[in-house]
Design a protein around this ligand. Sequence first.
Ligand SMILES: [Fe+2]
Ligand SMILES: [Fe+2]
Length: 474
Amino acid sequence: MSLSDSIPNNVDLGSDKKLLRALEKWQPDFLKWWLDMGPEGFQNDQIYLRTATSVDPAGWATYDHVKMPDYRWGIFLTPRSEARAIGFGDNKGGKSWDEVPGEMRGILRRIIVTQADTEHASVEQQRLLGKTAPSLFDMRSLFQVNVEEGRHLWAMVHLLHQYFGKDGREEAEELLQRRSGNLDKPRILQTFNEKTEDWLSFFCFTMFTDRDGKFQLAALSESAFDPLARATQFMLTEESFHLFTGETGIERIVQRAAELTKQDKNGDARALGGIDLPTIQKWINFWFSSAVELFGGEVSSNAADYFATGLKGRFREREKYEDHTALEGHYTMNVVAEGRLSTKDVPLRNAMNEVLRDEYVADCERAVRKWNHTIKKAGLAHELFIPKRRFNRSMGMYATMAFSPQGYVITREEFEANREAWLPTAADRAYVNSLMVPCIEQGKIANWISPPKQGVDGKPFDWEYIRFTQVEAE
Ligand SMILES: [Fe+2]
Ligand SMILES: [Fe+2]
């Protein structure tokens, strides 16, 4: 079977010889990367996965049992019926670009490479988690997320190969050489070098870190560079499953925590083998404060340039805003000045990172309200919360001072004195890790998490989501 047949696509791969040659060269390297750095074990097992085989509603989620190395990583651009005008910035109303304008090459390549680097970095971060899956359902979810992050890499590599010539091909190779957490060749963004060793971290990652991806992709989905806009639009359809996995995963752990807290005579979920609510809060604090860095500097001339040139808009730019030039008006920002927190009016374009971060924070707060509803229904008064974005930062203006999770200015000493109360300690991690034992009997689930409300693709929870090959089933 030729590559153009084995790669589901709507970019006419069969007749684009140059692109086909580039991808034919890259594909074996990708597969080698997948076998080296993708999920450890389980590569011979049959996983019930959805594959995008076309962009229409009937084809974008085709379910079947497949071996992961045989997954058909496809290339799809959301189709567009007519030429699209640039929706915002200085070139608003002009025709969107089908090719990369010369002066935009460097900046666009950087945007695409940075996005691409996160996709499969997360697969590397999650590569051992299959071994401690709390259920077959959850193991399937993990692998679904993993293969789709692989596809997102394909989507970005397609753009590099098709539109950036030799530079693009080199970047595509380097994407397979960097490694999450590697000191010499780390992934570009720090969050993607963090360890994701336990399933609470996995759900926090898909809840908080992938959610950054949602907002970055959404901002790019209206980009003036039309192929990028269309590629990211299609990625968003898959991304929503990742976010759902994270949000409901945490909710299920929260629910179990609340149940066990009620059951234990001292109100201690850990005594009954659960993950207690204060521990969950620490994981939230850690992952949220790490993910929130991904939006970039609070006041940013880069962000202003991206908006001005039409590369990157706000969240739902066309739908939500009336003024698409953002030349007037200010954003009132909490700023750090002379050791104090005060407010300052920043020209709107320079505050675009913060505008996007606001959307992200609001989305996280919506989720935490749901989790709190679950706790309340179980009959407990405990409330989880999303820390203020100033808390525990290592980049941007808030990194110059220390803040409590509630956002109050504190001294570095006060922060350190409370570190163990606010963030996961080695002992917390050891405890959570001690619960990470595999539970892969069909229909069973680990004690520290509740079963999902629904299965996948209309199947029940206790369905055969994974068919193990003989060797591993023994
Ligand atoms: Fe992704
Ligand atoms: Fe994702």
